[in-house]
Design a protein around this ligand. Sequence first.
Ligand code: HEM
Ligand code: HEM
Length: 469
Amino acid sequence: MPAAGDSAALRTPLDAADDRILTRVFAAYMVSATAWLLFTTAVGLLVSFKFAYPDLGTAPALSFGRLRAIHTNGTFYAWASQALVGLALYIAARSSGTRLYSERLAWVTLALLNVAAVAGTVALDLGLSNAQEYREWPWWIRCILGAGLATAAWNMIATVATRDSEDIYLSNWYTIGGTLWTIIIVLVALMPWYQHGLGQVAVQAFFMHNAVGLWFTPLALGVFYYALPKTLSRPIYSYSLGIFAFWTNLVFYPIIGAHHFEFSPLPWWLQTTAIVFSVAMLVPVLAGSANFLLTLHGRYERIQRSPAIFIVFGVFGYLLGSMQGTVEAFRSLQQLWHLTNYTVGHSHMTMYAFISFAIWGGVYALLPRATGKYPDNLAMGIHFWLSAVGVAIYVIALSAAGTIQGLVWLRGLPFIQSVVDAAPYWLWRAVGGTLMFLGHIVFAVNVWAMIFGRTRSDRSAAAPAVAAA
Ligand code: HEM
Ligand code: HEM
């Protein structure tokens, strides 16, 4: 029996029928998630052009307030969540050397996530909003989302329960743990007695940060722990370090949400605790990042022309974005950066450079193994560079704009001065966003090739015919 950290544990074959079911499910989640990526980032792009050209699309259905929430909730719960759940189900079966517990349940999950996303998008565009960030969807739609997560957790747990080894592979700790915690977070945020007053602020802080810290982060890390050893053909550097990062993540993350509401009427001790724990977050972040980078050590040649390049970029997105978050949490810097564009830069440094790159790394590493169909290397490279350069421009432009806005406000200058000063950077953000969006179109073409394209054997069979023609 392979040891838990051994890459052999990642490689157990299924029988052909089970294999086909798993591939079908995995492919369907990726198609759906990719469609949402295109839609929600097209909306994000339109919103970014509205900063530079405020008269663009003035109908209520195209107004900034509605489209912004459609972009944020859609990228969160449709693009990233569907992609991560699809990857987590695939990893659960593959790393456990067993079949997916229930294909039907997997379709129910995908249907619930899509019903929630469509209903949420339509509701927001009609102006029906809960007006709390990242939980703008009306409560009954968030119940559907919660049901989707519950069915996903059930399928993951039941799949891993029938594994052929004693140990549960590290990735499943992260993906199952993250899904269970998120169900709790969604439920807490629905409780009627936390919908007003200071309780509402505290719960909003709890929800907001845990949506990113206990949902997207553990799922994306779970993908790293499986996809990185796969692409490098070697085990993860340290299984124990991975477990250590898992538990410290759980100890420190849940309490740091109050750093979103510093200088608010929330108890001062709660804000201070949140800041202290934001610093403590360096422990799991450094442990996790070191584990990934040490796994990579000595295999740098494997990064080029392989999905590992997305994973490595994602690891740096995680490391730098989280360290940026720690610094941002200090009161002295919150005074400067809170409510400015700097936070939006941090959001994309993390949700894009970390989470979205982790998903892309996982999809490019695992989908071809499932379908036997590979994307064109050049097309994968074009996607990488468009998204990488695009997000770099995005984050640098907004970090500069946010710092300038903060300085203008601290000096007590008229608000309009900060608008005038930030305007050129907003145009740069739109330029970066355009590159990112073009990258997503190339990604969609690659997903198509990985699912509906030709296998490598088809291509080599066609090659002599092409040469003869
Ligand atoms: C083409 C790519 C993208 C573009 C052009 C874009 C653009 C934007 C814009 C213009 C905003 C509003 C910012 C503001 O109010 O000042 C925004 C907010 C946001 N976007 Fe994106 N975005 C893109 C991709 C993504 C992706 C893939 C994700 C997540 C996976 C994401 C997550 C967010 C979040 C969390 C916010 C809220 C930021 C905050 O309030 O701090 N974006 N985006
Ligand atoms: C050590 C880890 C981290 C710390 C200490 C941290 C800290 C912070 C702080 C202090 C803010 C508030 C900024 C403000 O309102 O002025 C913030 C916002 C945010 N963070 Fe992080 N962050 C961390 C990691 C992450 C990760 C990994 C993600 C994504 C997966 C993320 C996503 C976000 C988002 C989306 C916001 C914007 C929230 C809003 O709209 O107000 N953060 N973070």
